[in-house]
Design a protein around this ligand. Sequence first.
Ligand SMILES: NC(=O)c1ccc[n+]([C@@H]2O[C@H](COP(=O)([O-])OP(=O)(O)OC[C@H]3O[C@@H](n4cnc5c(N)ncnc54)[C@H](OP(=O)(O)O)[C@@H]3O)[C@@H](O)[C@H]2O)c1
Length: 362
Amino acid sequence: MSCYRLEVARAALGTTRVIELPALAALSPAAGEAILTVDKFALTANNITYGVAGDMIGYWQFFPAEGDWGQIPVWGKGTVVLENDSGLNIGDEFYGYFPMASYLVVEPVQATERGFTDGAAHRQALPGVYNNYALMTAGNGFDRQFDDHQMIYRPLFTTSFVIDDYFDDNDHFGASNIILSSASSKTSFGLAFLLRKNRDVKVTGLTSAANKAFVESLNLYDQVVAYDALDTLDASENVAFVDMAGNRQVLEALHHHFGDKMVCSCGVGITHWESRDGQPPSILPGAKPKMFFAPDQIQKRNQEWGPQKFQAELSAAWQAFLVVVDGWVSINHRVGRGELEETFQEVLAGAKPDQAFVVSLE
Ligand SMILES: NC(=O)c1ccc[n+]([C@@H]2O[C@H](COP(=O)([O-])OP(=O)(O)OC[C@H]3O[C@@H](n4cnc5c(N)ncnc54)[C@H](OP(=O)(O)O)[C@@H]3O)[C@@H](O)[C@H]2O)c1
């Protein structure tokens, strides 16, 4: 099996190259290191956002590349194939943050029966959540029939869960209607699922004309409105905006439409990355737009509830989501470098919302 990785030009994500890597047989880990094959991983708009926000948030630093090239991180599964006094066992499988590459060299620290942290020096300044690898055992909460769901949805649904809790915790900021952009995205419909399930608040989905029928078919939103029909929204009620699209035109149009009735405006994603123009944000009527930072709310709940209750609540919501999500989105498996490159371009350009992708490189 040949080993390789996919790199992207950091300033032009559509430009990619494949770099050949030394064969595994030629590798011998240094003391304290382990090598995991990257068996499979999910690709969604979230990964594209890692590239779009790579310089802002430091995503390029996880898996460095040379010069103007970068490696986009993905959520996936890896297996330990080589190790040298690392605390890991050959054959152990881990869920975590990987490059789109045949393998990853890690320097495990704090290895327990639950997982380990990559202690590699270049990752130390980065948020801990991305450096942790979870052992995929039943005892550690992994139901292996849902490996694909874990890598596609879990990072997204966890964010949906935390946003839902943030709104609950703040009495919806007084809004009676919560508006989500990129309503067709997995993070948005996960949030709509939770908002609808947990309480009595109206949920409005904004989407592109091409994705409107899909969003309507989910039956999760009280109303679905295309981006070019924002002026049809009822401006008499207090609204909150959860922005998954990061599209300045949409943001400005909504704030001007609702004025002071916009009581919360919370930036989460940048799916409409091509719409970004690098201009500084304008002063808008209504609540000041601010970025949502999930770790703050997680930390608050861990203090108030304790980590066990937080995990139990998340796990119950996740189980309920797993029951329904396959009715909305089909999972496609893609294999090999040609299909990896095709899938990357497809997701970059905006894949069909009823399709999700799991890629393996061999
Ligand atoms: N801050 C956080 O902690 C956090 C955590 C999780 C996710 N997020 C963000 O949430 C967003 C959604 O991620 P996801 O993985 O859930 O997305 P996804 O399911 O892959 O969403 C796909 C949708 O995004 C829009 N889109 C994608 N590519 C596009 C393109 N090139 N041009 C225009 N629209 C495009 C389309 O929605 P519409 O047609 O409906 O607009 C499309 O149906 C991402 O920006 C992600 O980074 C943030």
